[in-house]
Design a protein around this ligand. Structure first.
Ligand code: SAM
Ligand code: SF4
Length: 322
């Protein structure tokens, strides 16, 4: 359906947990977040009911996210059921990759359409510093390789000043593997504990020096706001997401559901529609659909990342789902 600004809303990010096996500095406080009581999380049946109601409003693409979605038991079964819902066109997953390899068979069998793997640096020591845990970038690469052989795979890196020297090595993954590599501006949400943010435009300038034939692609790719570029030497595309510096809100097509059931019209405002009480009160499908419609109609014209004093969202990214 169209929102109040004539944007067609077709995409819903479903966060299935706020827990994570990492503590990325730009995403999550060191101490984690106060644990959500299991009963406060939407159950998989409830998530599927929301998805069904969303489909009836024209939303047919879903991203399963978190926290780290693969830490929640039953995630692959959930994906299978979600993908099997009539009218669901696409289901993709966003993960840090660490738990992915042993689940790949099940995810392929579930007909998952693609995977985004987050990796901000190839340097193991820096990876540990950024994620505040002892896992390594090599472990993530050990997930990227088999995943890319079986499913459409994107590597996502947040642009950070401390990883500036990683821009080209990360982008070169698109030269050696059939993956898209995308660079995302760091958004000023939650407990950001990294240096001054870097712009996508500055990253693009550097990518153009490395690949002088880099050209924007004209055909649509993905559901989001990334701008994609191709060069003859690259197997995959390079993508830039100017989340902060460039306004792409006029093309925004999405809603976000937190793991506790808040349906959020926009990343940077805390406003949303609480679906959990409705689901637990046993409301009928029409009432649930009306609640989703209300969230779509609440979508503001644009985010306010450039006027940080106007940001009302205080949750950290792992609680929102990215
Ligand atoms: N744990 C999974 C992962 O890391 O892919 C899924 C959840 S994570 C919140 C989803 C995405 O949000 C990741 O690609 C992560 O890098 C990104 N993210 C988290 N905090 C961010 C921030 N402050 N600015 C930009 N992207 C952020
Ligand atoms: Fe966890 Fe993903 Fe946040 Fe990193 S970005 S702390 S992996 S939820």
């Amino acid at each position: 359906m169209l929102d109040s600004f004539e944007r067609e809303i077709i995409y819903l990010r479903l966060s299935i947990t706020d827990r994570c096996n990492l503590r990325c500095r730009y995403c999550m406080p060191d101490e984690g977040v106060p644990p959500t009581a299991h009963d406060d999380l939407l159950r998989y049946e409830e998530l599927l009911r929301v998805a069904k109601a969303a489909v009836s409003l024209g939303i047919d693409r879903f991203k399963v996210t978190g926290g780290e979605p693969l830490v929640r038991r039953g995630c692959t079964d959930f994906i299978r059921h979600l993908k099997a819902l009539p009218g669901v066109h696409q289901v993709t997953l966003t993960t840090n990759g660490l738990l992915l390899p042993p689940l790949l068979d099940e995810l392929c069998a579930a007909k998952l359409d693609g995977v985004n793997i987050s990796l901000d640096t190839l340097d193991n020591a820096q990876y540990q510093q950024l994620t505040r845990r002892t896992h390594t970038a090599d472990e993530v690469l050990d997930a990227v390789r088999p995943c890319a052989a079986r499913l459409p795979t994107k590597v996502n890196a947040v642009l950070l000043p401390e990883t500036a020297d990683q821009l080209i090595p990360l982008a070169e993954l698109a030269q050696t593997l059939p993956v898209d590599v995308r660079f995302i501006e760091r958004m000023p949400l939650g407990t950001v504990q990294t240096g001054q943010a870097t712009t996508a435009a500055a990253a693009l300038d550097r990518l153009r020096v490395r690949w002088p034939q880099l050209k924007p692609i004209s055909e649509p790719r993905g559901n989001g706001p990334a701008r994609y570029f191709r060069a003859p030497e690259l197997m995959g595309c390079l993508g830039l997401i100017d989340a902060v510096s460039h306004g792409f809100c006029d093309r925004c097509n999405r809603l976000r559901l937190t793991s506790t059931g808040l349906l959020k019209p926009c990343l940077c405002y805390e406003q949303g529609v609480e679906l959990r009480p409705l689901l637990r009160d046993g409301v009928d499908d029409t009432t649930l659909r009306d609640a989703i419609r209300a969230a779509i109609l609440q979508k503001p014209a644009a985010h306010c990342f450039s006027q940080q004093e106007n940001i009302t969202e205080h949750k950290s990214m792992n609680q929102i789902g990215g």
